[in-house]
Design a protein around this ligand. Sequence first.
Ligand code: GLU
Ligand code: ZN
Length: 492
Amino acid sequence: MEVRDRYAPSPTGLQHVGGLRTALFNYLFAKSQNGKFILRLEDTDRTRFDKAYVDNLYSTFEWLGFHWDEGPDTGGPYAPYVQSERSIVYKKYAHSLVENGAAYYCFCSAERLDAVRREREAAHSSESGYDRHCRNMAPDEAAARAVTEPHTIRLKIPLGEKTLFNDALLGSVEWKNDDVSPDPVLLKSDGFPTYHLANVVDDHLMGITHILRAQEWLSSTPLHIILYRAFGWEPPLFCHLPMVMGQDGKKLSKRHGAASIDEFRKNGILPDTLVNYVALLGASYEEGKEIYTLDELCARFSLEKLNKAPAVFDYKKLEWYNAQYIRMKTDAALAALALPFAVQTGLFGAPGSQPSAKQLSLFNAAIPLVKERAVFLCEIPEKLAYLFSEPSVPEAAEFIPKKSSLEEARRLLSIGRELAAPIAGTDDEGAEKLAKEKAEKEGLKLVELLTPLRVAVTGSRVSPPLFGSIRLLGAESSLTRIDRALEKLNLP
Ligand code: GLU
Ligand code: ZN
């Protein structure tokens, strides 16, 4: 049997970590079984639908770099993969359930349902949901009224029974039918399906064999199983994935930090980072191995590797992954990834302005200076700003090494000045040698000698490597900066 699974988002919000986890696990499971991964848009809730969310779905997965085998954009043997284009199918299947007695017409008005609710409230009744008013109407009478009167179609939940199913992760799950939502609507009065009907009909018609979905759907599953049985269909195998929590044990949300994939992207998290980290939310692969490519994950994924316990989303760990992935990029690849951030923040002029050829080659050449230190792509332009425009000369105090004086800082910088041109003309190794010789000759510690020089050239005590900076700026520009600093230190 070919494995077929799916990601079935409702486009009512931006793609977030939870959705990515569901999509990714379905993708990995399908690929690990040589099966098919399908995208289906569950857009039956027209009041919350927004096309922007559909666009966000496509752009997110394009950026993440993994795709479905069948879907609205790719097509496939079960098209259309968009529920709003399949209304006629759901109507037909809802009516087939009325015919076989598993569902019935309900003619209750919104006013009547509201009155029932209010009466119960006044009587402090614990009952909720539909009171099954139309459940026992004679089928002939109901069919005759349905020709002219507005109606919904409701599922006739078999009462006094239990529904059992075997969850691949949670094991056997048992639910009393009396605790399932009382005879839920399958087809609304406007002829549109509810989520439950469309979801079950599509999973069956699209040949879905496995449903990996978030645990918050667990309470809908007994109802779905009842629906499969009502149709006489074999349900797929369900696997409810562990919850994703923030570090406070609450469901992950905006309160914890970025949760939408767009936000991570804007902060300069790499797609590789997200895929790798999210693949570990609720699954363990190999002891001690933390870095996985998508292919490695496909080869290792299995339902046995899922954890029952909730997964905790750790932003610090995500940052660690990002720093690792930044270091693994080639300089050219990292430059290309960081360039849009540089353009946007105005590294090359006004925000949005593109680099000149000279600026671009400086940017590319400067990438090795920040590669080992950057955690987010968006920090890269900020860290390199001093190379593109001369920073203002820091306060004199900045130049003074620990337990030293202004006079000493001045002297150290004058000595350091002599190093600028030779350093600009050599490589790191050569520069290191020159600096050490100089320090020794003057009876100084290397850091003492270099601190004022670093502040003068880069505008800060904490900066990317000094020798590389001098080399990229060139002797002339480095000397200009040093001289301006000396001027400031010489002021009374
Ligand atoms: N449309 C549902 C959602 O938004 C799908 C639930 C399922 O996977 O069955 O999550
Ligand atoms: Zn009714």
